[in-house]
Design a binder for this molecule. Structure first.
Ligand code: FES
Length: 76
């Protein structure tokens, strides 16, 4: 009897974005973000790193529940 289990790789998150890079890192200056912005967290956006609503299709197809990171500047 073999006790060694085959290691199954975890599923990928990023299928298409900057695959030529070893790591996808995005940097913004906070002052340039404006009053409201939505960042993609599903990795399906055609406008990555910004959300374009593609998470809705992903959620429907994968029965998932991911959504954007919303940043809002409160009026002072
Ligand atoms: Fe990815 Fe909206 S498109 S979170």
């Amino acid at each position: 009897l073999c006790n060694r289990r085959k290691k199954i790789p975890k599923p990928k998150v990023n299928y298409t974005i900057q695959k030529e890079d070893t790591k996808v890192v995005t940097q913004f200056d906070i002052e340039d973000l404006g009053d409201k912005i939505a960042f993609c967290r599903c990795w399906r956006s055609k406008k990555f790193p910004l959300c374009d609503g593609s998470h809705n299709q992903h959620n429907a197809e994968a029965r998932d529940n991911v959504g954007p990171l919303l940043l809002r500047r409160d009026a002072v």
